[in-house]
Structure formats: structure tokens, C-alpha cells
Write a protein that binds this ligand. Sequence first.
Ligand SMILES: Cc1cc2nc3c(=O)[nH]c(=O)nc-3n(C[C@H](O)[C@H](O)[C@H](O)COP(=O)(O)O)c2cc1C
Length: 173
Amino acid sequence: MNVLLGISGGIAAYKGPDLVRRLRKRGLAVRCVLTANGAKLVAPAALAAVSDQPVYHEAFPLDGQIRHIDLARWADCCLVAPASANLLARVALGLADDLLTTLILALEPEKPLWLAPAMNTVMWRKPVVQEHVATLVRRGARLIDPVDGNLACGEQGVGAMADPERIAELVGA
Ligand SMILES: Cc1cc2nc3c(=O)[nH]c(=O)nc-3n(C[C@H](O)[C@H](O)[C@H](O)COP(=O)(O)O)c2cc1C
């Protein structure tokens, strides 16, 4: 199974290489797509090395390929981990303003879209964030709930990304 791993601008992006390794251990092929802010929080070269695949972030490549369509066709499912509040809002609104959101829009509806949100607990509890999550789930997205934990911002509460092993287990099942 081909997993397209989207990494948006959450601090949990640093867990990306670990998540890739756990997905691959289950026999899944993984290609990573980063948002511009995701690429500030995890090294694309590390993801390329552990996935043994190119890493994508450019929506307008100069090689003549229509990257969002090619990647959407390649994928059997898409997993966004971490999914930032901003990414959830963009997908809920159907925006297609970078490679990741455009290919999510181009993903055939029968292909699962997994979302593993991660953010500060105040952000996670905000009604606007919860409304976007509810909209996405109503449309068929599969939510991997954030967990209670010590957050990077120093707070304790719900908002930490689910454990990479748990995510790999769910997506690979
Ligand atoms: C160090 C750092 C950590 C961040 N962590 C998170 C986070 O865990 N979750 C979140 O929703 N936003 C987080 N943000 C804010 C997002 O990066 C910001 O909203 C950005 O616009 C998200 O862009 P993207 O969704 O296109 O990747 C963080 C920002 C910084 C500077």
C-alpha cells in the first residue's frame, strides 16, 4: 500500500522520520509532502533518506509533471501527521493553495484521508478548530485524535500528536 504522508507546520513534524520508519516496517511505501511551514520543522533530507523516496513540496515543479495529480494517483491513502490547525482549516474549506492541500482535493473519494491533529491545547479546544474537524469527519476523513501530554509550549493537556506507532498501526491495518 502506498501512503502519502503530509507533514504540516506543527512541532510534531520532528517525529516524521520516526513515523516513516514505522510505516515502512509494516510494508507500506511512503512518500512525504511538506507544507512550507512543515519544512521549517523537519529536515526534508532526513525524510528522503528514511522513505527512500523523493520529498515533495513544490506545487509548480519545473519538470513538466502535474505533481498533485501524479501523487494523488500514486497514493492508496493520505495521512497528514501532524495536521496543524491551519491545515485542518484549509482542507475543511476546500482550499488548494499548496501542493499538500491541492493533492488532498485531488485524492479520489474512496481513498482514505487520515488526519492526526497536533497543537497547543487552547488551540485544539477552540470551537472553530473543532468545527473544522467535525466537518472533515462528516465528509469521511478518519481522525486520529490527539492525546493528553506535555506539549512543546510547556502546557499539559490534550493536543499532542498520537504516538507514531499507534498512527502506523491504524493506517497499516
Ligand atoms: C515552533 C512552532 C511550532 C508550531 N507548532 C504548531 C503545532 O503544533 N500545531 C499547530 O497547529 N500550529 C503550530 N504552529 C503554527 C503553525 O506553524 C502555523 O499556523 C502555520 O501557518 C501552519 O502552516 P501549515 O498548516 O501550512 O503547515 C507552530 C509554529 C511554530 C513557529
